[in-house]
Ligand binder design. Structure first.
Ligand code: 6GU
Length: 243
C-alpha cells in the first residue's frame, strides 16, 4: 500500500518509523512518504493560512499549496485514483470497519489540516478527481490531523497482509465481531491475592470459549451498551442466553 501524508509538521509523524509500522515500511508492505506542505508555497514567508471569509476566530488554510500538493501526489487520470482522507472533528467517525475498508485501498493520501481547517474548495475540487473522506477520531477537538493520521495508519497497517505474525488475533480482538474482548491473563496463577479464573486453566476449550464469549458480552453491556444494541439478534446464540 502506498501512503502519502501532507502536513506543516512532518516531524509529528516521526513515530511512523518505529515498531511494527516501521517494520512494515522496511519490508515494503507499506510505502509511506511524509511531505511538508510548505514545499508547495512560493512566497518568502511560505504562507499556508489566512483569515476566514465571513469573520470569526482563527485562521484557515489557503487552497493554493494544497492544490499543488494534490496535483503532485495524485496525478490527473491515475487509475485507480488515490483516496483522500482529511482528518477533522467534522468527519465521519473512524472505526474498525473503515480501517478494514482503507486497508484494501492501493493508495491513501492524508491531508492534515491545522488551525480552523482547510479551505472547503480544496476538498470540493479534489472530489472531482478522487474519493474524499473526512474522518474524525471521536467527539473532541485536537489541534490538527497529525495524531489522527498516526491512529488511522496504525489501525490500517496491522490489517495489511503479512504485518501481524498471528492473523488469528485479528479475528478474536475487540471490535472484530462488534463486541469487546474478554479480559486476558498470564502467569503466575495467583498474584497479590488475585487469582486467574479457574476456567482458563481447565484445558476445556469449549468451556473457555463460552467463558470468553460471556465475559466479552458482559463487558460490552456495561461499557458499550451502544455496541450491544447494534448487534444483529441472530449473532447471539443459545449459550449467550443461557449463561
Ligand atoms: Cl481527526 N482532527 C482534529 N483536529 N480533531 C479531532 C479529530 C481529528 N478527531 C477528533 N477530534
Amino acid at each position: 500500500m502506498r501512503v502519502d501524508v501532507v502536513s506543516i509538521f512532518p516531524e509529528y509523524l516521526a513515530p511512523l518509523d518505529l515498531s511494527l509500522i516501521g517494520r512494515a515500511r522496511a519490508t515494503g508492505v507499506l510505502d509511506l512518504a511524509v511531505h511538508d506542505l510548505r514545499a508547495w508555497t512560493h512566497d518568502v514567508h511560505r504562507t499556508v493560512d489566512d483569515t476566514p471569509y465571513g469573520g470569526g476566530p482563527g485562521m484557515v488554510m489557503r487552497p493554493e499549496p494544497w492544490g499543488e500538493a494534490l496535483d503532485a501526489l495524485a496525478p490527473a487520470g491515475a487509475s485507480p485514483p488515490p483516496r483522500l482522507l482529511v482528518p477533522g472533528p467534522a468527519g465521519v467517525r473512524f472505526d474498525q470497519a473503515l480501517a478494514a475498508e482503507l486497508a484494501a485501498e492501493p493508495h491513501l493520501i492524508f491531508a492534515c489540516g491545522r488551525y480552523e481547517g482547510i479551505d472547503q474548495r480544496v476538498l470540493d475540487h479534489a472530489a472531482t478527481r478522487m474519493p474524499v473522506t473526512e474522518v474524525s477520531l471521536g467527539d473532541y477537538v485536537l489541534f490538527g490531523g497529525e495524531v489522527a493520521v498516526l491512529v488511522v495508519l496504525e489501525a490500517v497497517t496491522r490489517l495489511l497482509p503479512g504485518v501481524l505474525g498471528n492473523a488469528g488475533s485479528l479475528d478474536e480482538e475487540s471490535h472484530a465481531h462488534g463486541l469487546l474482548e474478554a479480559p486476558v491473563y498470564t502467569k503466575p496463577p495467583s498474584w497479590r491475592g488475585h487469582a486467574v479464573p479457574d476456567v482458563l486453566r481447565s484445558g476445556d476449550h469449549g468451556r473457555i470459549a463460552r467463558w470468553r464469549r460471556a465475559a466479552g458480552l458482559l463487558r460490552t453491556a456495561t461499557r458499550r451498551p451502544d455496541m450491544l444494541a447494534a448487534l444483529p439478534p441472530e449473532t447471539l446464540d443459545k449459550y449467550d442466553v443461557a449463561t
